[in-house]
Design a protein around this ligand. Structure first.
Ligand code: PBG
Length: 327
């Protein structure tokens, strides 16, 4: 057993070079997935609760894809803010082949085909009640929702989406989406499952960003997971893998690093983590007040995800972090 004074762990921490030599984890632009909000409004506009984040028009989103390529960011995850007039109880807009998401996918793939495009599958950006699924007699119904999600996923795949990312937490949706994709010849389209997604307070600013916070009635506790649970996360991940998920995700991020570590060590699958809107907003707000060094806190938070075992991080910080990492 190592013992003081023979063993002194500070010895190796003395110099920048020796610290670099013993560094166990690194962060590079390859680890970043840029979470990007698109809007069908005529102009791009800032999101008030997420300083530094802008809802982008389709044209600006295409420019962002070019920027992502230049920065070495492998992929972009797209989140739509559609006009309230387009929302209804069924989320009809979700599978509109001529809708905002389809337009954004095409524009970004045209502008920078080398950048992977990931699309969220869930009805909440398109429902007038703000829920991810269909409601019957006050209940979010599972199987009928899954049918809608399959239609939404197919619309995204037809538009050129590379990765389908179901974020709705309905049971059985990964298998149903895999079958629907394969049935139309989209065997090459990947699935990144929001496998362990918790009913979290940290999504607040996002609902503002996509315009569903005003709409949302009630909470999402009958489909998203209880923040108190860990074993259940492993069961969720196991099922999604069995249903054909290529990659899995844990969400939110920083308060759930234990889940990331457990999922990665249990399944050794490509594992991602979503640093959600509330986590972003907290760092930005504290930095704006001069209470923390925002840049250091950003990089430290991203590195922590790597240390926990994540293969990559979905983050609103992606372009800013990539610029710094590229020097
Ligand atoms: C929708 C969805 C949410 C987020 C991603 N997809 C919100 C929710 O489930 O209510 C959250 C993203 C963030 O907070 O940054 N299914």
């Amino acid at each position: 057993m190592a013992q003081f004074p023979t063993t002194r762990l500070r010895r190796m921490r003395q110099h920048d070079w020796s610290r670099r030599l013993m560094r166990e984890n690194t962060l590079t632009p390859d680890d970043l997935i840029w979470t990007l909000v698109v809007t069908d409004k005529a102009h791009s506009e800032p999101v008030a609760s997420m300083p530094g984040v802008t809802r982008l028009t389709v044209a600006d989103a295409a420019r962002a894809a070019v920027e992502a390529r230049a920065l070495g960011i492998p992929a972009i995850a797209v989140f739509p803010n559609v006009d309230a007039a387009r929302k209804d109880a069924r989320g009809s807009e979700a599978d509109n082949p001529d809708g905002l998401v389809a337009h954004a996918i095409k524009a970004m793939k045209d502008a920078a085909p080398e950048v992977g495009i990931i699309c969220d599958v869930a009805l909440d950006p398109f429902t007038d009640h703000g829920h991810d699924g269909l409601i019957e007699n006050g209940v979010i119904v599972n199987d009928a929702t899954v049918e809608r999600l399959c239609a939404q996923a197919l619309t995204q795949a037809r538009a050129g989406c590379d990765v389908i990312a179901p974020s709705d937490m309905m049971d059985g949706r990964v298998g149903a989406i895999r079958a629907a994709l394969d049935g139309e010849g989209f065997q090459h389209v990947m699935i990144l499952s929001y496998a362990a997604k918790y009913a979290s307070a940290f999504y607040g600013p996002y609902r503002d960003a996509i315009g569903s916070s005003v709409a949302l009635k009630g909470d999402k506790k009958t489909y998203q997971m209880d923040p108190a649970n860990t074993d259940e996360a492993l069961r969720e991940v196991e099922l999604d893998i069995a249903e054909g998920a290529d990659m899995v995700m844990v969400k939110p991020g920083m308060p759930y690093l234990d889940i990331v570590a457990r999922v990665k060590s249990a399944f050794a699958l490509p594992t991602y983590v979503f640093q959600v809107s509330g986590e972003y907003a907290m760092i930005q707000a504290a930095a704006a007040n001069g209470w923390i060094d925002g840049e250091r806190a950003m990089l430290e938070s991203l590195l922590a995800f790597k240390r926990a075992g994540a293969d990559g991080v979905l983050t609103y910080f992606a372009p800013r972090a990539a610029k710094i990492l590229n020097g």
